[in-house]
Design a protein around this ligand. Structure first.
Ligand code: NAP
Length: 280
């Protein structure tokens, strides 16, 4: 495993496992146990995935020591604001069956996320959160948060994949020492990513799949990735990306796939805000 060092010195695996859209708790528990067995040590959940307790159960049953794992969760919009966020951190700790969370993120830049951030800064100082950060913060929101708070977020988790490479946003994050983390590293298969001919041709050279080429591309750019799969053989495939290097020519070819826009949601669109505000 390779690691990145966050701006507070914490080591974070560059490859992890995400559990979005695995709402069935037994299934999620099985998936996380399988992922840990494959070798994943970073697990990415969220209050809004409604499966934190499954992650907590899996960690307990996995046989791997808590300190060898890196658990991320995220505070949802309905828990925005100092008091609610503070209570929700306790709830997440309970569900995850742990007295600390390695990384807590503000899931979306809406609602009273300033209040949320103050609760997170406090829990960070108390040692309940080992690192804190944000998700889906476009550059303007990120810089605003940094300029008017004490602690610079350690992470910004944003949609990042070969079709939306986030190069400009990444530069801003680098400027402020914020580590970029990719959600949807496969764009959830949109644009036929798993069949894309450009990735396939490159993959043939290295004897790797499109999924592995996409992950390797992001990892070589220093981006933390958290692919999701409910299939153990795919978990293995997605983990097997550390035995080859893409040449700079191949990196340049993949760079040309960038469409520089979201395949999911535009956070500047009022309809996106209306939609996210309605998710409870
Ligand atoms: P993703 O990882 O880009 O794609 C997951 C999809 O790809 C699933 O349909 C999975 O199917 C399939 N897949 C996985 N590995 C494959 C392989 N080797 N070959 C073919 N198909 C494969 O999408 P994501 O789950 O949205 O993103 C990853 C994680 O990012 C999430 O789980 C979550 O933790 C996080 N996330 C965060 C946010 C946010 O707002 N912060 C938003 C979205 C996601 P199977 O499961 O059937 O194998």
């Amino acid at each position: 495993m390779e690691y990145v060092k966050l701006n507070n010195g914490l080591k974070m695996p560059i490859l992890g496992y995400g559990v979005y859209q695995i709402p069935d708790l037994k299934e999620c528990e099985r998936c996380v146990i399988d992922a840990i067995d494959v070798g994943y040590r970073l697990i990415d959940t969220a209050q809004a995935y409604f499966n934190e307790e499954a992650v907590g159960n899996a960690v307990e049953k996995s046989g791997v020591k808590r300190e060898d794992l890196f658990i991320t969760s995220k505070i949802w919009i309905t828990n925005a604001g100092y008091e609610k966020a503070k209570a929700s951190i306790e709830e997440s700790l309970n569900k995850l069956k742990s007295d600390y969370i390695d990384l807590m993120l503000i899931h979306q830049p809406f609602g009273d996320y300033y209040g949320t951030y103050r609760a997170m800064e406090e829990a960070y100082k108390e040692g309940k959160l080992k690192s804190i950060g944000v998700s889906n913060f476009y550059p303007d929101r990120l810089v605003d948060l940094i300029k008017f708070n004490e602690i610079t977020p350690m992470i910004n988790q944003v949609e990042t994949h070969p079709f939306n490479q986030q190069n400009e946003a990444h530069e801003i994050m680098k400027k402020y020492g914020v580590q970029i983390e990719a959600w949807g590293p496969f764009a959830e298969g949109k644009n036929d990513m798993f069949l894309n001919e450009v990735l396939k041709e490159i993959g043939n050279k290295y004897n790797k799949s499109n999924a592995q080429i996409a992950l390797r591309f992001l990892i070589q750019k220093g981006i933390v990735v958290i692919p999701k799969s409910t299939h153990k053989e795919r978990m293995n495939e997605n983990f097997d990306v550390f035995d080859f290097n893409l040449s700079s020519e191949d990196m340049d070819i993949i760079a040309t796939l960038d469409q520089k826009e979201s395949l999911f949601l535009n956070h500047y669109d009022p309809e996106t805000v209306e939609y996210l505000a309605s998710v409870h």
